[in-house]
Design a protein around this ligand. Structure first.
Ligand SMILES: Cc1cc2nc3c(=O)[nH]c(=O)nc-3n(C[C@H](O)[C@H](O)[C@H](O)COP(=O)(O)O)c2cc1C
Ligand code: SF4
Length: 398
């Protein structure tokens, strides 16, 4: 089994079966377009044998903005040339690049976005407690149109496809899931109603972009009450396939789940107390004291398991029921696991933290210089994004 053979996944020609999964890099410029530093970062990944890059999530409309600083967006036309420069730079190494499109819904702060945030139902978020307004049907149509406009732009800017973010607690995850969606109208009620917004995005997008590749990323499972469960996710994926989605990346979790989407043995307490508000801004002595206490109880806080290949069972179950290209993400960090995934029916594997830790990881694998990532999955990088640029902080937090 050759991981490095060129292949077609979700109608996109991949250089090999190893994908850099969407990773918010915190490197957009002031307008939300790719900065020179982001273009260099993606060029380095492409030059070093990544088979395909899924760009970090980009926001489709101002009301869906992220609370993370320097997040990409597609609503600012002044960024068009920078996006073209990005796709050309990555293509110069023969590597395709996919635009990931998102709307944060209630997983953001109204204060940061400068208007009241919106959601399928008016429900509070554990970490962003200001209340979201329940979306009217007009709001739903406006959000659909924003996704469609962003897909059209992704094609115009030279991306090889778009990936709609249906995972990790963002707006469309909330729509699909009975946890976030309590609606009784045409956009709720049952699996068809909850997925209707995605269906309408797909219908409108196909009218404008034809067979331009459109992928999705879903959380097949999460830990929310009445949230995503595997049997239900299989039904969702059947519908996604009917709507004409070209590939499904199988993830899990919601930001409200804590360390579920990206798992680690322990909560990264040092990083929590350094980067997450409100604790990060506590007076210094209090911050230090609380951190010491948190460290004592940390080993007792149960964490989701397993830590490796943690969406493989979900992805295989989806693969048994739905004829589609599947991409496995989550705790894939060893050559033997990548091979197991492909032999187990996945079209490709995707990785996030291994590439934050070693941006040349694919090259090292290809040249036989390593069989496993050096990332220890401490998740410090997952907290630093709340304040600035994404980086591997292993060993750097005292
Ligand atoms: C710093 C950081 C940023 C991330 N940004 C995104 C993102 O923009 N879009 C997305 O779908 N997932 C994002 N994720 C989740 C990853 O794509 C991936 O699903 C998760 O980390 C599990 O994969 P891994 O075990 O290879 O890290 C991010 C994760 C981290 C650690
Ligand atoms: S900080 Fe570095 S070692 Fe820790 S999870 Fe992130 S990439 Fe891996």
């Amino acid at each position: 089994m050759d991981l490095f053979e060129p292949c077609v996944v979700g109608k996109v020609n991949l250089k090999n079966r190893i994908i850099r999964s969407a990773t918010h890099d915190g490197l957009a410029d002031e307008d939300g377009g790719p900065s020179e530093k982001l273009i260099s970062k993606y060029s380095f990944l492409a030059k070093n044998d990544v088979g395909c890059i899924i760009a970090g999530y980009a926001i489709v409309s101002e009301e869906g903005a992220s609370s993370y600083p320097r997040c990409l967006n597609y609503f600012n036309d002044s960024s068009a040339d920078k996006y073209r420069k990005l796709t050309q730079a990555v293509h110069s190494f023969g590597t395709p690049i996919i635009a990931q499109l998102a709307h944060c819904g209630r997983q953001t702060s109204s204060k940061v976005i400068g208007m009241q945030k919106i959601a399928p139902s008016a429900k509070r978020h554990l970490f962003y407690p200001d209340k979201a307004a329940r979306m009217s049907v007009d709001d739903v149509i406006r959000v659909e149109d924003a996704f469609v406009a962003a897909i059209v732009k992704a094609k115009e800017y030279g991306f090889d496809g778009a990936q709609i973010h249906l995972a990790h607690g963002y707006l469309l995850h909330d729509f699909i899931s009975a946890n976030g969606n309590k609606r009784k109208d045409a956009y709720g009620g049952d699996v068809h109603g909850r997925c209707r917004i995605v269906k309408e995005i797909m219908i409108k997008a196909r009218e404008k972009v034809g067979d331009f590749p459109i992928w999705v990323k879903i959380s097949a499972t999460d830990k929310r009450r009445k949230g995503m469960r595997l049997n239900y996710a299989v039904e969702v994926c059947k519908l996604l396939r009917q709507y004409g989605v070209d590939a499904i990346e199988v993830s899990c979790g919601s930001v409200q789940d804590g360390m579920n989407t990206m798992r680690s043995k322990r909560m990264p307490m040092e990083a929590v107390f350094k980067y997450r508000e409100p604790v990060a801004s506590m007076p210094k002595f209090l911050n230090k004291f609380c951190l010491a206490c948190a460290k004592l109880v940390n080993p007792l806080i149960p964490q989701p398991k397993p830590l490796q290949m943690f969406n493989f069972e979900s992805a295989k179950a989806i693969g048994q029921a739905v004829d589609t290209d599947l991409i496995l993400v989550g705790g894939v960090a060893k050559r033997e696991d990548m091979i197991r995934a492909i032999e187990g029916g996945m079209s490709a594997v995707s990785m996030c933290r291994p590439f934050i830790c070693e941006p040349n990881f694919a090259r090292k694998l290809k040249e036989g210089k390593t069989d496993a990532s050096q990332c220890v999955m401490c998740n410090y990088c997952g907290l630093v994004i709340e304040k600035g640029e994404t980086k591997c902080l292993l060993g750097r937090i005292k």
